[in-house]
Design a protein around this ligand. Structure first.
Ligand code: BMA
Length: 340
């Protein structure tokens, strides 16, 4: 029985491995990573930065599939165990609210979030440059594209899995349209997923913490716990050889999630393995989804590795919350405070 409760469903078939002896840090990798390798589908060179959810006793996911012309689109994938995946041969076909075809010029870094009985995909789309795209499905057959939430430029949109104080809530990272050398996490609310406002600054890149000194961005949909909302995110540092993307975790206030309760000064996973260090873009660990089991407190985190593979890592709610609290940068101004 966990000390910290997760307010999520039981997921007895969550992918899982126990923490290996001698493992460093609060998160450990699946021993057979990467779980998705190169050339997974004809015409697709790489799948990475992708999001999964439990569905009808098995698992379903929306995947960033980089085509052999280098352009990313979203593909649907299925798995019985959350580890071994099969994919549709064609990209997801969106329609607009009038039922007409809607096929974005590119689509990447999807998150998949269940709110009530519907599933929402939020991704980086083309809207005169990199912006957030949003779509809804109830059955993974018909995908209805909704209004783009924000003006350009923005990336890393992450919806909370339920309304808070009667409103949909989204994290995002205002950006430029290139390889953005800056960025903080903001929060916005909407009564209807169409009109967004009450924008808040959640947290800044951490100047004193060099691993996340350049930019940060939301990762997996926040997980509701008895301590607040647990957020896995990415933090980026700049080096003389380019950016390095690591994984971080923090806890946001339960009722006012623009307020950061605990934010550790250390990463929880950083590129170390060949599939994280080496690839189309080396040194990238990019979390986009987490599965949780309320009964055991187990968490399985899905992350993109080196813009080439999907990998899996594990933790438990007690282990990650202990780490976050123990390493909390309590007096750090960069922690963030829900500023308007
Ligand atoms: C960002 C996005 C991510 C990618 C990262 C590293 O700007 O494109 O999808 O993982 O760069 O290349």
């Amino acid at each position: 029985m966990s000390k910290v409760e997760m307010y999520v469903d039981n997921l007895p078939n969550i992918p899982w491995q126990d923490k290996p002896e001698g493992s460093v840090g609060p998160v450990w990798r699946y021993s057979d990573n990467p779980i998705i390798n190169r050339n997974p589908v004809p015409g697709v060179a790489r799948i990475f930065n992708s999001a999964v959810l439990p569905y009808k006793g098995e698992f379903i996911g929306v995947f960033r599939a980089e085509q052999i012309d280098g352009v990313p689109h979203l593909y649907l994938g299925y798995s019985k165990d959350g580890i071994s995946w099969s994919f549709e041969k064609e990209r997801i076909h969106f329609v607009n609210e009038a039922g007409e075809d809607f096929l974005p010029r590119y689509e990447y870094d999807p998150r998949l979030i269940k709110i009530d009985d519907s599933y929402y995909i939020i991704w980086c789309t083309d809207f005169y440059g990199a912006s957030l795209g949003l779509a809804k499905t109830d059955d993974f057959k018909k995908f209805v594209r909704l209004e783009n939430p924000f003006l350009p430029f923005n990336r890393n949109g992450v919806l909370f899995p339920r309304k808070i104080n009667g409103r949909f809530v989204m994290l995002s990272r205002p950006s430029d349209s290139g390889h953005t050398p800056f960025g903080d996490i903001f929060l916005s609310e909407s009564p209807d997923l169409k009109y967004w406002g009450r924008h808040r600054h959640v947290m800044a890149r951490g100047y004193r913490q060099w691993w996340q000194s350049l930019k940060i961005g939301g990762g997996a949909a926040p997980i509701e716990t008895s301590e607040g909302w647990l957020l896995f995110y990415h933090g980026v540092t700049g080096t003389c050889n380019g950016y390095v993307y690591s994984m971080g975790a923090c806890i946001l206030d339960k009722d006012e999630p623009a307020v950061v309760k605990y934010r550790p000064d250390s990463f929880i996973l950083t590129p170390e393995m060949w599939y994280e260090e080496r690839g189309f873009v080396g040194n990238v660990v990019f979390p986009c989804a987490a599965l949780c089991d309320a009964a055991t407190g187990r968490i399985a985190i899905y992350y993109g590795a080196a813009d080439s593979y999907v990998a899996l890592a594990f933790t438990t709610i007690d282990e990650i919350v202990d780490f976050i609290k123990k390493h909390d940068a309590a007096n750090d101004d960069d922690k963030g405070s829900g500023i308007m």
